[in-house]
Design a protein around this ligand. Sequence first.
Ligand code: GRF
Length: 212
Amino acid sequence: MKAVCLISGGGTNLEAILKHINKEKLNLSITSVISDNPKAHGLKIAKKFNVDTHVFNFKEYKSKNIFDDQLEVYVENINPDIVILAGYMRILSKSFCRLHSGKIINIHPSLLPKLKGLNTYQRALSNNELYHGSSVHLVVNEIDSGSVIVQFRTKIKSNDTVSSLRKRVMEGEYTIYPMVINHLANENLKIINETPYLFGKKLIDPIVINDF
Ligand code: GRF
């Protein structure tokens, strides 16, 4: 199967995925790593793993529509089986989502449907949540709203800071994201009408991996 990966920043999830591919734990080829930000550190990671990169520098486009069109044409030409969003900070166009419906996945640092949007670590701490974590979910038109497939969950400790919590959650991400991608690549996980089926059974609740 072939995938493209969209990033905007650090690329540590991308790195975890590429490491799994290199160790042959993941039967997938990443055809292109695409970034809207030429300075994204993830581009360096892609190059280190000899994966092609392509930058659509958002700042160089006159409008989001033009940017969206160019991105769409580029990805359509690749015709990937999976579109992996790994820290991609822009909203995909409706047309892009329709074109790759059922093939786009994202990882979001919260236990969705809780804490959609940004600053989830700070919000989890301020809300005195008992747990925090990360969710791998399908991407549909509405932000952070597609079916959740797998979650990583950790207990919030009384001495946790944004940084300690982020570190723990991101370690979990490096496990759950390759896990979901592996199931997609092996076709154990299929998406039919925006609904995930794992080993032929409709996935009603996400699979939860606890670190406790
Ligand atoms: C991850 O924490 C992910 O949950 C969120 O963006 C972050 C990306 O980090 N969507 P990185 O670029 O993979 O290091």
